[in-house]
Design a protein around this ligand. Structure first.
Ligand code: GLV
Ligand code: GLV
Length: 337
């Protein structure tokens, strides 16, 4: 019988066409614009050789057990893998594909946008215009002023591809210095993704600890993976160490930042502002959530990779990873478990 693959949503363009062309596979695909329900996935995973999942699909012992022992491959339509129990995959010798390279540029673009929006009070300013308050805002030399990107020290929590692609974009703005913290504090980044670290035009230095990074930075960019050691690393203590004119940007995962501490830091003007693409408990952010009452916080609904070109490429690579996993061939990008 044909190998079974399960795909938890309809894909787009080339990726869907590639999948549709595979008559040698038994393809079970969720057929609605809403996310596939957990029960549907658990039911249909039975006897699957490969599963293509979205960020919203948990890949855990329960799913692996429901699938059974012929499961060889998981392909995730994402760069993050915190929705996947990687230890469980490793134990069962199941390979994991993901799409880290496809979305680097799109997320780095958005990161720069959030930095500028936070520093230049874009959300706050537009909010006033939308509320018809512009007539009550007579011009003043300091009207809606904020810190300037040129001359800023930028601190990266996590210094992988997306962070380094952000750095590349920030250099022409005239930033002054970069500090970064990885899982090996004080040590040089292990990968120089864009050849920026060898002979940098400005100091680019590993921080000894988060305290140093928080204290030195005018801009803090959260770009690390969510793990037990990064959860709430941006805490009340972190905000206390930050400069009053500094901004925080999170394009990684919500739980890296303690939301209550962020609300308090904004309330008490401990920091200048924030730009978030992610937040704890997303997407369940009701209209009365305290973060939405903060004029100095821009919150976007996790759209970092949302350009048409990037989503097309992520879809294609996810299918290619799935097919390569079934055949035991090299994936476009595979997580080393
Ligand atoms: C987005 O957050 C992703 O992990 O792809
Ligand atoms: C990510 O860049 C890390 O090493 O923490």
């Amino acid at each position: 019988s044909k190998p079974k693959v399960v795909v938890t949503r309809q894909l787009i363009d080339q990726a869907q066409a590639l999948l549709d062309s595979r008559n040698d596979l038994d393809i079970v695909q969720w057929n609605s614009e809403k996310p596939a329900p957990r029960e549907w996935l658990l039911e249909n995973a039975k006897d699957a050789s490969g599963i293509l999942v979205m960020l919203s699909d948990k890949v855990d012992e329960e799913l692996l057990a429901a699938a059974g022992s012929q499961l060889r491959t998981i392909a995730s339509f994402s760069v993050g893998t915190d929705h996947v129990d990687t230890a469980a995959l490793k134990k069962r010798d199941i390979r994991l594909g993901y799409t880290p390279t496809a979305l680097t540029d799109a997320v780095a673009d958005l990161t720069v946008m959030l930095i500028l929006m936070a520093q230049r009070r874009a959300g706050e300013s537009m909010g006033k215009v939308l509320k018809g308050e512009w007539p009550q805002m007579p011009w003043h030399p300091l009207l809606m002023t904020g810190p300037q990107i040129g001359g800023s020290t930028v601190g990266f929590l996590g210094f992988g591809r997306i962070a380094q692609a952000t750095l590349k974009r920030l250099l022409p703005f005239g930033i002054k210095k970069v500090v970064y913290l990885t899982s090996k504090p004080g040590q040089p980044a292990k990968e120089d993704h864009f050849g920026l670290l060898e002979n940098p035009s400005i100091p680019v230095e590993p921080a000894e600890n988060w305290e140093q990074l928080a204290g030195e930075s005018d801009v803090v960019v959260v770009g690390c993976a969510l793990t037990p050691s990064t959860k709430h690393i941006v805490s009340k203590d972190f905000f206390m160490k930050m400069k009053k004119m500094a901004v925080l940007v999170n394009i990684a995962r919500g739980p890296v930042v303690d939301t209550n501490a962020l609300v308090e830091a904004l309330d008490t003007e401990q920091i200048f502002g924030a730009g978030l693409d992610v937040i704890e408990n997303e997407p369940n952010i009701p209209a009365d959530h305290p973060i939405l009452k903060q004029p100095r916080c821009v919150l976007l609904p996790h759209i970092g990779s949302a350009t048409i070109a990037t989503r097309e490429q992520m879809a294609e690579e996810s299918v290619e990873n799935l097919l390569a996993g079934l055949k035991g061939e090299a994936m476009v990008n595979e997580v080393q478990l």
